[in-house]
Design a protein around this ligand. Structure first.
Ligand SMILES: Cc1ncc(COP(=O)(O)O)c(C=O)c1O
Length: 433
C-alpha cells in the first residue's frame, strides 16, 4: 500500500468469546459433544420466549409499515416509553430527545468511544467485557486503562485503585461501570455507585454505565440504576433488549444521555453520537416497535421475575459444585448470567494436563498449547479437549488474573449439573497432574 492501511488501534480488536468457538468447532468435528459455556445468548441455550411475546412480533411483522426506515434516533413513541421508564425511578429526568437507538448495544459501544479525542481515555473495569475495552483501546491506539474488580471482595470495584488512577492520569475523561457486571455476575451496592459518582464530580469526568443486565438480578439482590444515583454528573446509560427480553438477534440497544444541560462539552458529544447514527440513516425498526408492546405489557414483569429466579437457582447449583474446590476463588453471583472463577495465585503450571482419550483431539490440543500462552488459556484448551466444555479464559478479559468465565444459562438442570461437575473434575485432575 502507498501508505499504512491499517490503523494502529486495530490490533486492540479481539473477542475471545467467539474466537474460542473456532477451536471448539474443530473438536466437535472429531465427534465430541460440546457444552457451550462461552456466550451469553439465552436463546442459543434453549430459552423459549413466551407465546404472547412471539405473537406481538408476529403481528408487527404483518404490518407493512414495520418494513420502512424510522427516524434516526429511533421511533418517538418508543423513546418516550423508555424515557418514562427511566423517569419513574425518580432520579434524573430525561425526555425522548435524550435517547438514541442503535443496532444492538455493541453498535452503541463502538460509537461511544469512536468520537472521543484519541488522547482522552475512559477507564473501565478489569476483568473487562471486551467489546468495551477493545473499542476504547482501538480509539486510543493504546492498551485499555483499567481499574481492578476485586475477587477477594465479592468482585466489587477497588475504589482506591480507581481513585488513584483517575487522580494521577489527567487524560482520563470518563469512567465505565458495568452493573450488573459481565463477566463477574456481580451487582454493585448503592454506596459503591455513589462513590464513583462523587469521584466523577470531583475530577469533572463523565460516566458510562452499561446497564444491559439492570433487570436481571436474583437471590435477593437489587441493582441501582445510574439514573437513581447520578444526580448532576453527566453520564450515559447503555441499555438493550438482548439479555432481558431476551432477543439478542434483534440487534437493538440504546443510549440514555443524563445531564446534557450541565456541561456543554458533554452536550456536544451526545449530539455527535446522534449525528453518527443519522449518517447511517437509522437502526433496526421492528424491535423498536415491539419494545413498548412487550416491556409495557403487565405480563412482562412476571415473566422476567420467573426467569430471574431460574437463573438464581442455577447460580446456587454452580456454587454448590464449585465453591468447595480449595484452589479456586469462587464468588456466588447475584446478577447478569455469568460467573468468573479464579485460580489462586501460582496454582496453574505449564506442565499440567487432563487426560484426552481421543488421539486426534489430544494432538489438536497439544498443538494449541504454546509455551508462552496465558496459563488459564492452556487450562481452557485442555478442558475443551478432555471434557467438551467451552469456557472463556479470564486473561482474555484484560485481566492479570487466571481463571475462566461460565454462563448461568443452561436450561436443563441435568445438563447443568453434568457440565459443572465435569468442570470441577477437570480442575481437580488438571491441578493434580
Ligand atoms: C455488558 C454487555 N454490554 C453489551 C453487550 C452487547 O449487547 P448487544 O447484543 O445489544 O450488542 C453485551 C453482550 O454480551 C454485554 O454483556
Amino acid at each position: 500500500m502507498r501508505q499504512q492501511l491499517l490503523s494502529e488501534g486495530a490490533s486492540e480488536l479481539s473477542y475471545e468469546i467467539r474466537e474460542i468457538v473456532k477451536k471448539a468447532e474443530q473438536i466437535k468435528k472429531l465427534g465430541k459433544e460440546i457444552f457451550w459455556e462461552n456466550i451469553g445468548d439465552p436463546i442459543q441455550k434453549h430459552h423459549a420466549l413466551p407465546d404472547w411475546v412471539r405473537q406481538i412480533v408476529a403481528d408487527l411483522s404483518m404490518q407493512n409499515d414495520s418494513y420502512s426506515y424510522c427516524p434516526s434516533k429511533g421511533i418517538l413513541e418508543t423513546r418516550a416509553f423508555l424515557a418514562n421508564q427511566t423517569n419513574s425511578l425518580n432520579g434524573v429526568r430525561i425526555t425522548a430527545e435524550d435517547i438514541c437507538l442503535f443496532n444492538g448495544l455493541g453498535d452503541a459501544i463502538a460509537k461511544v468511544y469512536q468520537y472521543i479525542t484519541p488522547t482522552s481515555r475512559v477507564i473501565g473495569p478489569s476483568p473487562a467485557y471486551s467489546t468495551h475495552s477493545s473499542a476504547e483501546a482501538a480509539h486510543a491506539s493504546h492498551e485499555p486503562l483499567t481499574y481492578k474488580l476485586d475477587p477477594d471482595n465479592k468482585w466489587y470495584p477497588d475504589l482506591d485503585d480507581l481513585y488513584n488512577k483517575v487522580k494521577y492520569n489527567p487524560n482520563i475523561v470518563g469512567i465505565l461501570i458495568i452493573n450488573p457486571d459481565n463477566p463477574t455476575g456481580m451487582v454493585y451496592p448503592l454506596e459503591t455507585l455513589q462513590r464513583i459518582v462523587a469521584l466523577a464530580r470531583e475530577f469533572k469526568l463523565f460516566l458510562i454505565c452499561d446497564e444491559i443486565y439492570i433487570n436481571i438480578t436474583y437471590n435477593g439482590a437489587r441493582a441501582y440504576a445510574l439514573a437513581e444515583v447520578i444526580e448532576d454528573v453527566p453520564g450515559i446509560s447503555m441499555k438493550g433488549i438482548s439479555k432481558e427480553l431476551p432477543w439478542p438477534g434483534a440487534r437493538c440497544g440504546w443510549m440514555e444521555y443524563y445531564n446534557r444541560g450541565k456541561d456543554e462539552d458533554f452536550n456536544r458529544f451526545c449530539q455527535a453520537l446522534d449525528n453518527a447514527k443519522m449518517i447511517e440513516v437509522c437502526s433496526t425498526k421492528l424491535p423498536q416497535l415491539a419494545i413498548p408492546k412487550i416491556l409495557g405489557d403487565p405480563r412482562f414483569k412476571t415473566y422476567r421475575e420467573a426467569t430471574n429466579q431460574k437463573i438464581g437457582k442455577r447460580s446456587k447449583i454452580i456454587a454448590d459444585i464449585l465453591h468447595t474446590v480449595p484452589q479456586l476463588t469462587f464468588n456466588e453471583t447475584f446478577g447478569a448470567f455469568y460467573n468468573t472463577i479464579i485460580f489462586r495465585k501460582g496454582i496453574l503450571k505449564p506442565i499440567q494436563k487432563m487426560k484426552i482419550d481421543h488421539p486426534g483431539i489430544r494432538s489438536l490440543v497439544e498443538g494449541w498449547v504454546l509455551e508462552d500462552m496465558p496459563l488459564d488459556k492452556r487450562f481452557v484448551y485442555y478442558l475443551l479437549g478432555a471434557k467438551g466444555v467451552c469456557v472463556v479464559p479470564i486473561s482474555s478479559f484484560c485481566s492479570e488474573l487466571h481463571g475462566f468465565r461460565v454462563t448461568l444459562l443452561e436450561e436443563d438442570e441435568d445438563t447443568l449439573v453434568k457440565t459443572f461437575t465435569a468442570i470441577r473434575d477437570g480442575i481437580v485432575e488438571y491441578l493434580a497432574s
